[in-house]
Write a protein that binds this ligand. Sequence first.
Ligand SMILES: *[C@@H]1O[C@H](CO)[C@@H](O)[C@H](O)[C@H]1NC(C)=O
Ligand SMILES: *[C@@H]1O[C@H](CO)[C@@H](O)[C@H](O)[C@H]1NC(C)=O
Ligand SMILES: *[C@@H]1O[C@H](CO)[C@@H](O)[C@H](O)[C@H]1NC(C)=O
Length: 377
Amino acid sequence: MASSRAWHNAVLLTAVVLLLRRSCCIDASSAATSPVATVTARPNPPSTTNQTRAPALFVFGDSIVDSGNNNVIETLIRCNFPPYGQDFPGHSATGRFSNGKVPGDILASRMGIKEYVPPYLGTNLSDFDLLTGVSFASGASGFDPLTAKIMLVLTMDDQLELFKEYKMKLEHIAGAERAAEIVSTSMYLIITGTDDLANTYFTTPFRRNYDLESYIEFVVQCASEFFKKLHGLGARRMNIAGAPPIGCVPSQRTNAGGLERECVALYNQAAVVYNAALEKEIKRLNGSDDMPGSVLKYIDLYTPLLDMIQRPQAYGFDVTNRGCCGTGVFEVTLTCNQYTAHACKDPNKFLFWDTYHLTERGYNLLLTQIINRDGLH
Ligand SMILES: *[C@@H]1O[C@H](CO)[C@@H](O)[C@H](O)[C@H]1NC(C)=O
Ligand SMILES: *[C@@H]1O[C@H](CO)[C@@H](O)[C@H](O)[C@H]1NC(C)=O
Ligand SMILES: *[C@@H]1O[C@H](CO)[C@@H](O)[C@H](O)[C@H]1NC(C)=O
C-alpha cells in the first residue's frame, strides 16, 4: 500500500515537474511531431455503400481504448512492454492496456469490420486501416482537459485535431464524397471520464476548488462540448460510456479502501452521480438542434461491471478484487513490467489485468452484456 502511494506520488511529481517545465498544454502540433501515420497502398479496400452497416469504427478516450497512441508521445503512461500484450498475437506489447484485445478491437470484430483497431499515431496505416477506422484514444486522458495535461497525454481536443488530420487522409484515398459518407455513417465509441474522477479530482490537488457536484457538472459540460465538436466534424452515431464502479477498481481499493481493500463507497457514489448527469446530457443532445441528425447512446458500464466484481463465479472468474499482474494490488502501467511483476498463471480467471484495466476476457464479457442488453449503434 505504502509503495503504491510512493509510486503514485513519484509519477505525479514527475508529471507535475514536466508539466511546469512545458508550461501549459500539449497541443496537436506537439503530438504531430511523433511519427505520424503514413499511407501505404493496399489493393481493393472494402467498399461499403450500405447506409445500415457501419463502414468503420472510430475510437476516442483513455487507456480503456488506447491501442498504442501513447507509445509515441512523451508520457509515463504507457505499457508497450511485457507482460502487457502477452495474449495478443505474437505476444506483442502494442501499447494496449491489457493482456490482449481492448474494447475497440472487440467491438470492431463483432461488427464484422476487422479484428484490431490500430492506433492513429506511430504506425504505418494502410488504406484499409484508414477506411475501416482507427483509435485516437490516449491512456490517462479525460473530458477535463487538465486530466490529460497532468499526465502529458492527448486531450480530447488533441484527439479531435488528429481526427481532422485523419479526415484529410481519408479524402485523399476515398474522395471527398465517399469520405464524408464514411464519417457520417460509421460508429463512434467514446470511453473516458474515469480518470477525471479517480485521478484529477480524488488524487491530485488541482481541482480542489470544486466540490464534487460542481466538478461533475464541469466534466459533463466538457463532455458535451466534445460531442458537439465531434458532430461538427461529421460524426453522427456516438456510443458514449459512463464511468465504471471506480471505488471497486483494484488500485482504488488499495489507495482508499483500508486494510481490507473494500470498495470505496464515495468513489462509487461519484461514478453514479456522474453517470446520471452524463446520461441526462446525452438524452438532451440526442437528435437535438445542437446536433442535428445525431444518434447518441449512453453505455452503462457501471451495472454490468459491478455485477462481475460482486459475483465472480457467475462469470467464471476466481479473482475480481486484484489484478493479474504481480501482487495485483498496486501494479499498473510502469510498475507492471517483466522485471518486477509476473502475470498470474491464468488471466482468464481474473477480471482485472492490472489494478486498473480488465483482462481481454473481462472486456469481452462486459461487451457481451452491453450488446445483449442495449445493443450499440
Ligand atoms: C444494403 O444492404 C441490403 C441487404 O444486403 C441491400 O438490400 C441494400 O441494397 C443495400 N443498400 C445499399 C445502398 O447498398
Ligand atoms: C514506417 O515506414 C517507414 C518507411 O518505410 C519506416 O522507416 C518505419 O520504420 C515504419 N514504421 C513502423 C512503425 O513500422
Ligand atoms: C436517441 O434518439 C433515437 C431516435 O432518433 C432514439 O431511438 C434513442 O432511444 C435516443 N437515445 C437516447 C439515449 O435517448
